[in-house]
Design a protein around this ligand. Structure first.
Ligand SMILES: *[C@@H]1O[C@H](CO)[C@@H](O)[C@H](O)[C@H]1NC(C)=O
Length: 314
């Protein structure tokens, strides 16, 4: 048996006229992984996409354990013809570990995750996350909502998804809705989004992929209140509850971090290049154990999306 391993695009082009092969898929459960054989003949790119659609990934052979497991899986099915495997993903030198990706598949009034973090009152805040929007979902889409017992719409990041238009993002602080600003193309690619807010003048800023995209002021002049509930993927109509499908998020979220200060544009730029959060002022660090995650969400462990060469910004 032999596998076709494409180390780079050049090789892929060389092999383009070669017969398309069968697809092999790795699916990752929370702590368990298994292979699934898909007997479709596809181009490599389509094979990769198919696995992703089935919330798996093309099988890899990056360690001797994987090679052994894959070999025994294939021989257990008596498969001796070539199958596709994933090409090696370039990992960033400063961080090669995998991260938890929360997949919200389709809009619902239940899929959400809640940060298990005790929030003090905040006069400065920055939230950064990596997002991928479902290209087939439209309307208002809540990335996160923070409510306090005395005020429900205390702090939110919302998107407005209009067919044929870029993703529009807006911040909302204590009921005051900032303007929707076009941010990036509404496709299924990953983007880093940072939002910051300061009580002074109610000034706010949105950064996309490490670059300043929009800013303004007048978003409230009081502190963001303490002891709230920070929920991913749903807008709260009552404290921690009353979610609505037509304001929910569909797509994937990972690497959400919160700082108790306003990060400068050069810090955000640096962070994007280094693909890891700046530690000064970091009060919430992305971590599956620091969240209560609805069982209807799909949890995947993958390399941080900024490590994918196509998405990697120099
Ligand atoms: C923000 O992003 C949009 C969409 O990519 C772009 O058209 C716009 O020029 C950006 N704004 C700034 C200030 O960079």
């Amino acid at each position: 048996m032999h596998w076709l391993l494409f180390q780079n695009i050049g090789l892929l082009v060389c092999f383009h006229s070669f017969i398309s092969a069968f697809t092999l898929e790795t699916k990752t459960l929370i702590f368990d992984a298994y292979y699934e054989y898909v007997s479709d003949r596809l181009e490599w790119k389509d094979a990769k996409e198919l696995c992703n659609q089935r919330s798996g990934a093309l099988a890899t052979v990056s360690s001797s354990v994987e090679i052994q497991e894959l070999s025994s899986f294939l021989s257990s099915l008596k498969i001796s013809h070539p199958v596709w495997i994933a090409r090696k993903v370039k990992t960033h030198p400063t961080s090669s570990s995998e991260t938890l990706i929360l997949e919200f598949r389709g809009r619902s009034d239940s899929k959400h995750a809640r940060l298990l973090h005790k929030f003090p009152s905040m006069n400065l805040v920055t939230v950064c996350t990596r997002l991928c929007f479902d290209p087939n979902s439209f309307g208002i889409s809540t990335i996160f909502s923070y409510s306090i017992p005395s005020y429900i719409n205390e702090f939110q990041l919302r998107a407005n998804l209009i067919q044929g238009k870029p993703v529009q993002l807006a911040l909302l602080v204590h009921g005051i809705h900032g303007p929707y600003q076009e941010a990036f193309k509404h496709d299924d690619s990953w983007h880093s989004v940072c939002v910051s807010w300061s009580q002074i003048g109610g000034s706010w800023a949105i950064f996309i992929d490490g670059r300043a995209n929009s800013s303004g002021n007048g978003l409230n002049s009081d502190k963001i209140g303490p002891d709230g509930l920070f929920i991913l993927g749903q807008e709260q109509d009552t404290f921690g509850d009353s979610f609505k499908k037509d304001e929910s998020f569909s797509g994937s979220i990972t690497e959400l971090h919160i700082w108790d200060r306003v990060l400068s544009s050069s810090e955000i730029d640096t962070m994007e290049k280094q693909c890891s959060p700046i530690s000064s002022g970091l009060v919430f660090k992305w971590n599956g154990a620091a969240m209560e995650i609805a069982t209807s969400l799909t949890k995947l462990w993958r390399d941080v999306p900024c490590q994918i060469p196509g998405n990697f910004k120099q």
